[in-house]
Design a protein around this ligand. Structure first.
Ligand code: HEC
Length: 107
């Protein structure tokens, strides 16, 4: 095999990794937009401000621990909050980690 041939294989694989890299980057950006901490904030805001204002929630930010928030979120889902069952834990830990007066909900 000539040297030129080896080089073109090298160039091709570089191009392949370039394409792969941009694909991974796009996938990560898409995930960050839907599944990250900011994503759950939007879900909670939508689901939890249907019946009462976010003030009711923000009054409790910093006062409830994870277990208490889990219990609250489950109670609210029983009352009719439109939150998928597999989002309950994520919502509870989002609420637990909110700083008073901060986050999408309490601005
Ligand atoms: C179907 C209507 C409804 C939805 C949707 C709803 N709530 Fe409530 N929420 C209530 C009612 C009614 C009360 C007052 C009754 C009570 O205190 O048990 C309340 C009270 C609260 C309280 C204050 C009482 C406590 O237990 O600390 C918090 C905090 C709260 N809700 C958080 C949430 C969160 C978080 C969500 C989203 C997962 C949510 N709510 C969605 C109806 C709803």
């Amino acid at each position: 095999m000539s040297e030129a041939n080896g080089r073109s294989v090298y160039m091709k694989s570089r191009k392949f990794y370039g394409v792969l890299f941009s694909f991974v980057l796009v996938a990560m950006l898409a995930l960050a937009g839907t599944g990250g901490a900011s994503g759950i904030g939007g879900v909670v805001k939508t689901a939890c401000t249907k019946c009462h204002s976010s003030k009711r929630i923000c009054l409790n930010v910093g006062a409830k621990n994870l277990d208490m928030w889990k219990a609250t979120v489950k109670t609210m889902v029983r009352k009719g909050a439109q939150l998928p069952a597999d989002k309950i834990n994520a919502a509870a830990s989002y609420l637990t980690n909110l700083k008073p007066g901060a986050g999408e909900i309490c601005q």
